[in-house]
Design a protein around this ligand. Structure first.
Ligand code: ADP
Length: 269
């Protein structure tokens, strides 16, 4: 595993725009107050990462984000000994840094990671809030402000891999979904520069495609995908071409499904 693939540098927070859909901001703040970890489930591109960036900003915390994948090991999170010019030295991983600094550590798509990471997550995710570093013999007490946040997409492909109950029950959990139409239109206008009428058209198209269901598409069009389409349209591109490039092609490789998408596109643009 190449350590450079992990984000060891906290993102600079710059007042990122976030449109709340419910009580998620308050819930997150309460979880933080009580030192409880947070689990966010929801389809890809629905605003999970943006929400956490917003909350880190709001709480004035550093944020370490780790995009989990099936090779991700405990050492990638916690740290490892490296060999340098002056011999071996210990390098903290992003989780350890967050624990020491009282920052937020966000494990995106946590169920992709290897199962052995639960060994370090469990003592951190309950009242103990400790991180045992086996390699150095240290047992770190999480600094005030440390928060563990994990997310995953409970789509059908992940059903079998889901988190174990003993892990899930340590978290305050929130279910995210695509924003409702008025909110999604506002987000589109803000993020892509579309005017309100076009943003509404694109949201209506997105919702029509979402109703196609899983038989036709592996995954529904996300808010992110609508934003990409909206940016090209706002830049002056022909809307149908933008929808072909940002919707039909990314959503499926099946020519019949692409044709079905373009039929729906032509009803809207
Ligand atoms: P996820 O982490 O769920 O895959 P993201 O948080 O990266 O998705 O969302 C994709 C993009 O959609 C964001 O970069 C942002 O532009 C936009 N977005 C989605 N939901 C919201 C929201 N509630 N407020 C502001 N922007 C949002």
């Amino acid at each position: 595993m190449d350590a450079t693939r992990l984000d060891l540098h906290p993102q600079q927070q710059s007042g990122l725009y976030y449109h709340a859909s419910g009580a998620e901001v308050e819930l997150f703040e309460q979880a933080d107050r009580f030192g409880m970890p947070v689990l966010i489930k929801g389809p890809t591109g629905c605003g999970k990462t943006r929400f956490i960036q917003h909350m880190a900003d709001r709480l004035g915390r550093k944020l370490y984000t780790v995009a989990c994948h099936d090779d991700l090991t405990t050492a990638d999170l916690v740290g490892r000994h490296l060999i340098g010019a002056n011999g071996t030295f210990w390098q903290d991983g992003p989780l350890t840094r967050a624990v020491r600094e009282g920052a937020i550590c966000y494990l995106d798509e946590v169920i992709e990671a290897r199962k052995d990471i639960t060994v370090v997550l469990h003592p951190l995710a309950d009242d103990r809030r400790i991180l045992p570093l086996e390699a150095t013999g240290e047992e770190l007490q999480a600094a005030p402000g440390f928060m563990l946040v994990v997310s995953y997409n409970p789509g059908y492909r992940n059903l079998l891999k889901g988190l174990k109950p003993s892990t899930r029950q340590r978290f305050v959990a929130m279910a995210f979904d695509y924003p409702e139409a008025v909110a999604e239109s506002r987000i589109l206008q803000h993020e892509s520069g579309l005017d309100p009428a076009q943003a509404n058209q694109l949201v209506a198209l997105g919702n029509a495609l979402r109703h196609l269901g899983q038989h036709d598409l592996e995954e529904a069009p996300s808010t992110r995908l609508l934003i990409h389409t909206g940016r090209l349209i706002a830049a002056g591109m022909d809307p149908r071409q933008a929808c072909e490039a940002c919707m039909a092609q990314p959503l499926t490789d099946e020519p019949t499904a692409q044709a079905a998408i373009m039929d729906i596109v032509r009803v809207h643009f």
